[in-house]
Structure formats: C-alpha cells, structure tokens
Design a protein around this ligand. Structure first.
Ligand SMILES: C[S@@+](CC[C@H](N)C(=O)[O-])C[C@H]1O[C@@H](n2cnc3c(N)ncnc32)[C@H](O)[C@@H]1O
Length: 226
C-alpha cells in the first residue's frame, strides 16, 4: 500500500469530520444522524445516495464531483481504503460526501425510513462458496435490510466483474418480484464514453479490465410491499 501505512491512515482518519466510525453499542443505542442526514450533517435536503463496499470510494467521490446537488455516502469496513476516498473528497472540496466505516450488516442502524434514493454496489466480494451465499450484498437478507431505508421508487445499481454474482442477482430479482430496469453483460460495449458507468472506474475494476474481464451492470427497483 504505497505512501502512508495503515496505522498512519487510521490516525489520519480520526481527523476527517466526514468519517463516521462508531462502536457497536453506540450504533444500536441510536445514531444521531439516522433519518436526519440532510438536516444534521449536509445542511440541505438533497437526495442521498450510498455506495456499499465502496473500498476507496471511486463512485462516491466521482459521482459527488459530477452531481454537487446530491449527497453521497460511501460505506466499507476497511478504514485504510476509505482513507483514499476521504483524501480525494477533501482535495476536491466536496462538501456533499461522507463515509461510514461499518459492516454493511449494520447499515439499517444508520438510515431512516425512505431516507436513501439510490444504492451503488461496486465490485462486491463474490462469496462464491454456496455456504456463504447469504453474505452476498444482493442476498434477500441484505435486500430486505436496504428496503427499510430506501425510498419506494429507489434504485439499486450493481457493477461487477463476476458472472456468478451477476446472474445470482438477476435470479434473486426475479424470484423476489423486484423490477429489473436494465442489465448489460459488457458495459464498455453497450454504454457511451460519457456515461458514469464507463467514466468512473474503481480500483478493482481496473484490475479486472487488465485481465480482459467483461464488466457487467444492472439496475433494479425493489418491489413495494406497502
Ligand atoms: C472487492 S472490494 C471492492 C472495493 C471497491 N468497490 C472497488 O471496486 O474497488 C469489496 C469491498 O467490500 C467491502 N465489504 C465486503 N463485505 C462487506 C461488509 N459486509 N461490510 C462492509 N464492507 C464490506 C470490503 O472491505 C472491500 O473493500
């Protein structure tokens, strides 16, 4: 990991006012920004968009730079990776960006009902072992969790190199009755050069592209059970 080592990054992370890394007991007791991110933190009522498993936060920072009238929060458990996104957001004076260091299993403690407009899931760990299938970020357990804070017309985007994960998600969307809005097996073939899907490349995406792997993308809307 070039430049600063992990411990230096962890130390610097404590100086960023837009990184939230709470203890478990603090989160479950009630997080002050839950349902109030606009009022408490961003100081506006703009749309809120999440990137889950954001790593270095390329989509969080890239989209926030492009769409200054929307708020973005990147979520990951790895603090040394988040440091990169935090630095970039600061260097670009992005006041519409925050990061949360947490396990995504706890994500619903951070957001209130209907608080989030969109979720990006970028190059998630594929969890290929069938025993670990519940850990996939598009498993029914996770989708039910996201439904607790996603707006009724909210959208989930998935960008991945992994065909098993991609087709698993297509199956789950179908089985759970969610609405598939769009899918492609090769983003760089189907999307224009000025689309965020081709303009913004993540750290893992670049590695897979070097291997010649086709990048897949889909977006869908959760079934509205109300
Ligand atoms: C393959 S990396 C992709 C990172 C980044 N999106 C990219 O494309 O470069 C998957 C990321 O998801 C995070 N992650 C996986 N499962 C997670 C979980 N349950 N909670 C929090 N982060 C998780 C990992 O820490 C890792 O940074």
């Amino acid at each position: 990991m070039g430049g600063k080592n992990k411990l230096q990054r962890f130390a610097e992370n404590k100086t960023f006012g837009n990184l939230f890394q709470l203890q478990y007991h603090q989160v479950v007791k009630g997080f002050e920004n839950k349902g109030k991110w606009g009022r408490n933190f961003f100081g506006n009522n703009h749309e809120l968009i999440l990137e889950l498993g954001c790593g270095k936060g390329e989509y969080t920072v890239g989209l926030a730079n492009e769409y200054r009238d929307k708020n973005y929060i990147g979520v990951d458990i790895k603090g040394a990776r988040l440091w990169k996104g935090l630095k970039e957001a600061r260097e670009n004076n992005l006041t519409n960006v925050a990061f949360i260091r947490t396990r995504i299993n706890l994500i619903e403690y951070y957001f209130g009902k209907d608080e989030v407009s969109e979720i990006w899931i970028t190059f998630p760990d594929p969890q290929p072992n069938r025993i670990k299938v519940k850990k996939r970020l598009t498993s029914p357990w996770f989708l039910n969790s996201y439904a607790r804070f996603l707006k009724p017309d909210g959208i989930i985007h998935l960008k991945t190199d992994n065909i098993i994960f991609f087709e698993y998600t297509l199956d789950i969307i179908n089985e759970m009755g969610h609405e598939l809005l769009y899918s492609t097996y090769d983003v760089y073939k189907t999307e224009s050069v000025d689309s965020p899907l081709t303009q913004i490349q993540t750290y893992y995406e670049k590695i897979w592209l070097e291997h010649g792997t086709k990048i897949k993308y889909l977006k869908f809307r959760l079934k509205n059970d109300e």
